[in-house]
Design a protein around this ligand. Structure first.
Ligand SMILES: O=C(O)CCC(=O)C(=O)O
Length: 260
């Protein structure tokens, strides 16, 4: 992440892998181009969720390995979104500002972190502890774990009040992230375009041409960013002035606890 450094915890149940798929760029998901399959049953009827599990779209390119699904139906996603809006406490003051080339700016979105007790991470040069988990975040985290078989001990929440709020190109490649762990990105609210750009294809004079990948991230969706995606690809959520509604994104991570 730009300005965010974690300091301080499988290719699971998603099923068979597809070969790399790119081309015609930027490659866009959500148009039914990507293959999908149901993963084996895992949920129990008491969960009130689809017994067959979600259908996954596989997004593959050179060094990019992601899986996408709509995890929460509209009614449940609406309910969770309302609860996030009520319960999440975002950074204020110095933590809501960022220094770029010596000048201070407001971060163009709101941010918060929650996680296991005892974890610490570095943010804007400060060592911080995440806030303790709250029920709505545990509910989302546990649903992600249920369908992926992965566990997470930390979440970064980003709130975009409308399409002017955004996040610049960055990689989630902090060395404090547990090696080999995926990042699970869950979105609620306005659908926004999310872009991946290969590290060799950035800037004015890229060393080579690699098509960018565009994914519209829908209300209630889950995007699994599996290794080695964050080694080779940058991601961003660009400005979309026509989007007037808010969006909340949660990236669940596993970070290595700091040695005492
Ligand atoms: O809001 C999003 O979808 C992206 C968030 C993100 O890039 C991050 O948390 O590193």
């Amino acid at each position: 992440m730009d300005r965010f450094l974690v300091k301080s915890a499988p290719r699971g149940l998603l099923g068979k892998r597809q070969p790399a798929q790119t081309g015609g760029g930027p490659a866009a998901l959500g148009d039914g181009e990507e293959s999908s399959r149901k993963r084996p049953r895992r949920e129990t009827p008491e969960n009130g969720v689809d017994l067959a599990g979600p259908s996954w779209q596989r997004i593959r390119a050179e060094g990019l390995d992601c899986d996408y699904t709509v995890l929460f139906g509209k009614a449940e996603a609406d309910e969770i979104f309302q609860e996030l809006e009520k319960e999440v406490e975002y950074f204020t003051g110095a933590l809501a500002r960022v220094q770029v080339f010596g000048k201070w700016h407001n971060v163009p979105r709101k941010q918060a972190t929650y996680g296991d007790t005892g974890l610490t991470y570095t943010f804007s040069g400060l060592t911080l502890s995440p806030k303790p988990w709250i029920p709505v975040l545990e509910r989302i985290r546990d649903r992600v774990s249920l369908v992926t078989g992965k566990t997470f001990n930390f979440v970064l929440v980003n709130r975009y009040k409308d399409g002017r709020d955004h996040i610049g190109e960055h990689r989630d490649d902090e060395r404090e992230l547990a090696p080999g762990s995926p990042i699970a990105s869950v979105s609620f609210g306005a659908c926004r375009d999310f872009f991946f750009r290969h590290k060799d294809a950035r800037g004015k004079n890229p060393s080579r041409r690699v098509e960018a990948v565009r994914l519209p991230l829908a209300h209630g969706s889950l995007l699994m960013m599996n290794p080695p995606t964050n080694t080779h690809w940058y991601h961003s959520l660009p400005v979309r002035k026509k989007v007037l509604a808010p969006r909340v994104n949660l990236t669940f991570r596993k970070i290595v606890p700091t040695k005492k």
